[in-house]
Design a protein around this ligand. Sequence first.
Ligand code: NAP
Length: 504
Amino acid sequence: MANGDLDLELSSAFDGIYDTQNGIAVFKMLIDGNWRSSERGELLDVHTPIDGSIVAKAQMATVSDVVSATKAAKENRGINELPGRERIEIFERTVALMEKHRDEFVRVLQIEAGKTKSDAKGEFDAAVQRLRLSRQEAERFWGEVIPGEWNYSTKEKMAVIIREPVGVVAAIIPFNYPLFIAAAKIVPALLAGNSVVIKPSSSNPISAILLTRVLENAGVPKGSMNLITGRGEESGDALVKSENVDMINFTGSTPVGKRISQMAVMKRLHLELGGKAYALVLEDADLDLAAAKCVHGSLKFAGQRCDAVSAILATEPIAETLSVKIVTEVDKWKLGDPRDPSVTIGPVISLRAAASINDLVKDAVTNGAQLLRGGKFQSTYFEPTVLDYVPPHAKIAREEVFGPVISIIRCKDEQEALNFARQSNFGLESCVFTRDFSRMWRVARALECGEVTINDYPSHGVGYFPFGGIKQSGLGREGIGYSIEEMTNLKTIVFNLAPGKREI
Ligand code: NAP
C-alpha cells in the first residue's frame, strides 16, 4: 500500500454488500439473507486513524432494523438443522475463502484500524487459525452419561447429558481486533448451532462486514447470520434488550459491559471487559528479558490491547537498572504512518482516545511522576511514553490507558507489589518476572485475575489457552473449546431403567 492510498479496493466477491457514493463505499447490513440499507437511511462515517479521512460509510441501524435482524435470527435456525459435519464443511470453505481474500482483509485492517502491516497480518492469521482450531474442537462435544447407581433415589436411573445451542447470540465487537474478535464469537456460536446477530464497532466495522459476506458465500443458511451496524447507544441497546436474543457475547469496555449487564435481564452473559495488566518485576528477574517483554507488551498495537502491560511494579533493588533498560528498549520503536514498513507503532483509534491518554499522562506528571520519554501527541499519533516514579494515587496507576504508555511504579518488595496489584478493580491479566520457581507459583496464586503469565507479557493470541476476567474485567471464558461451551446449555435427560416397578 503506497502512502496516500487509502482506497479499500474490494474484489467482485464483495459486490452487492456496498454501493458507491461520491467514490466512497457505503456498506449495507445483512438482515434475513438480504443486504439492505437502514430503515431511516442514516449513515455513519468510518474514518481511518491514519489521517482522519472518511474511507467508507455504514448504515445507522434503527430499533426497527434491530427487531428485524433478531426476529430473522430467531425464526431461521437453519444452522442448527444441519448435521455437524455440514457445519464443519461451511467453516472449511470459510477458511479457504478468507485465505483467498487475505490481501483485502489485511489492507482493510490497516486502513480502518490503523494497524501496521505486521499487526494486520497477525490479526488475520489469528482469525484463520481460530477458525481451524474451533472446527477441530467442535467435534469433541459429545456430552456424557451418568449412571445413577451410586445414590439411593437414582439407583435405577441413568442420565444422558447433552449440549444444546442457547438460541440467538448477539455478538458485540470492540474496535481493537475487529476481525479476530468477530471470528472468535461468530464461529463457535454457529458451530454450536446458534444463530447470530453481530454488531461491530462503529469505529471500524468493515472487516466484520467482509467476514459476514465470506460466511454467507461459504454456505451459512439464510437468516442464521445477521449483521447490523450503528451506534451502541441505539442499536446496541436495542440488541441487548431484545426478547428474541438469548445470549449477549460482548467484548468492550467495563462501563459499557456494566450497562449491558443491567439491561440484559435473564439472558446468558459473556462479558470480556477492560483490564489493567501489572507486570511484577522481582529482584531476581532476568532484567533484559523483563525490559524487552514489558515494552513489547505495552507498545504492541499502540497499547490498544486489553491484555497490554499497563504498569510495571518494579521492586526497589532493580528498579533503577530496569528503568534504564526500558528506555533503551522504547527507543527502538518508531512512531509513524503504519503504511511505512519501518514503522512499528501507528496511531491510536481516534482524537478522543489520544486526548484521554494525554489527560492520564498529565495527571501522573502533576502528581510527581518523572517523564522519561514521549508524552506528546499530534492528532492520533501518540509518542511512546515512559513515566517513572508513578505515585500510587495517580489515575494512571489504576485506570486502563489503552495507549502507548509505560508507567513504572516503584515498590519496596514482592509483598508491596502484590498488595498493590491485588487492590485493582480489574482482574484480567498480570505477569511476573522471576527466576525462582516457588516465587512464580506463590505470586501467580496470590494475584487476583483470570490469567497470570510468567516471564513473558500477557497475550491472548488465538485463544489457545482459555482467558477471561474476574472482578470488573468480566464474566465467562473465551478459548477454543471454552467459547463453544459458553454458547451452549446443558440438558439432562433422565431414563427410568425399571419402569415395571411402580412403587413411589
Ligand atoms: P466500547 O466502547 O465498550 O465498545 C464496544 C462495543 O460495544 C462497540 O461495538 C460499541 O458500539 C458497543 N456499545 C457501545 N455502547 C453500547 C450499548 N449501550 N449497548 C450495546 N453495545 C454498546 O469498547 P471499545 O473502545 O470498542 O474497545 C476497547 C475496550 O474493549 C477496552 O476497555 C478493552 O480492554 C476492551 N477489550 C477487552 C477484551 C477482553 O478480552 N477482555 C478484548 C478486547 C478489548 P459503538 O462502537 O457503536 O459505540
